[in-house]
Design a protein around this ligand. Structure first.
Ligand code: FO1
Length: 320
């Protein structure tokens, strides 16, 4: 196991559920001051006048150990009186807001309305949920994942939840990039002298990671940082662990394979961690110049998350 005192700092880039699992594993084995996590805000949207930020809340609830594990989003020990009351008023019900979850949306919406930046709101919520690592939104300005589909252009949640990922996707783009910047704390973390590695957690590359990498100037800043960039594959043996990744890759005419993941990141990644099931592709991937590491990357239990996090740290702190 890595000697934690000499780890240095790690910057994790995280999207939905898979990303949060690895950040949790890293949180469990690192000193709080050595770990920061950037969260995707491309899924954010306004609903019932509330600022909803699903990947932020998935990360907050997972790190605070209050997440609803079966559901994959929202909180456990939840009640649904608000949602039932909305239904009785004939309001839309496709996006379910639990009673405890509602407090998070109200807190965030009010803070934003009184002038806080999204970074400030996330720092406040982290403190309220007792989270010690630093959580940073990818940007304080709105960037939204939009999907061109056979039923029209949809904002992310209308594709993912309202239409249950059924529409056929022909293109994904991000609105707001012309006026968005990486969050200040994001740029500071990248410039941090003790930063040892940037870790792309196993999140959907198109929906959760691409919005981050599309931020103006960010790719260059990552390349210029000279830091080790470690990718943890969200694809195992040609199947996506969760969510619409596989369906999206098919519709975008991309093979659902770790080869595609390697191609997506080969310009910036120094290392890629793939599952042992894909070990046969390691040699081919290595031709791209990345160091390929095979291990069990399926995270079910906390032990899995800590073990994988330990292997990520070994790579992050490797001296060469
Ligand atoms: N996903 C659903 O499939 N149905 C829902 O009703 C739903 C509500 C919801 C409320 C708050 C929240 O933070 C997330 C919610 N999600 C729901 C999940 C959300 O769409 C996804 O977590 C992300 O946007 C994709 O990673």
């Amino acid at each position: 196991m890595t000697n934690l005192s000499q780890t240095g700092k790690v910057l994790a880039i995280s999207g939905g559920i898979g990303g949060a699992k690895l950040v949790l594993g890293l949180q469990e084995i690192m000193k709080p001051g050595d770990l920061s996590a950037i969260v995707n805000t491309g899924d954010d949207f306004e609903h019932f006048g509330l600022y909803i930020s699903p990947d932020m809340d998935t990360l907050l609830y997972t790190l605070a150990d209050v997440q609803n594990i079966e559901q994959g989003w929202g909180r456990r020990e939840e009640s649904w009186n608000f949602a039932a009351a909305c239904e009785s008023l004939g309001m839309e019900t496709w996006f379910q807001l639990g009673d405890r979850d509602l407090a998070t949306h109200l807190y965030r919406t009010n803070k934003l309305a009184t002038g806080s930046s999204l970074s400030e709101v996330l720092a406040d919520l982290s403190e309220k949920f007792g989270i010690q690592i630093k959580l940073i939104p990818m940007s304080d300005e709105p960037v939204r994942t939009m999907l061109k589909t056979d039923i029209g252009t949809l904002p992310f949640q209308e594709y993912f939840v309202k239409n249950r990922c059924e529409p056929v996707v022909s293109n994904i783009f991000f609105s707001g990039l012309e006026t968005a910047q990486p969050a200040p704390a994001f740029l500071e973390a990248l410039a941090e002298p003790e930063l040892r590695a940037i870790v792309f957690c196993p999140s959907n590359p198109f929906l959760s990671i691409q919005p981050v990498l599309s931020l103006p100037g960010l790719l260059d800043k990552i390349k210029q940082s000279g830091k080790r960039v470690i990718i943890v594959s969200p694809i195992i043996d040609g199947k996506a662990v969760k969510g619409p990744t596989a369906k999206l890759m098919k519709e975008l005419n991309l093979p659902c394979s770790v080869m595609t993941i390697a191609e997506i990141y080969q310009d910036i990644a120094s290392d890629i961690i793939i599952d042992s099931a894909d070990a046969g592709l390691a040699e081919q991937i290595a031709k791209s110049g990345m160091s390929v590491h095979c291990t069990d990357i399926m995270m079910r239990k906390l032990e899995d998350k800590k073990r994988l996090a330990g292997e990520v740290l070994q790579i992050a702190t490797r001296q060469d």
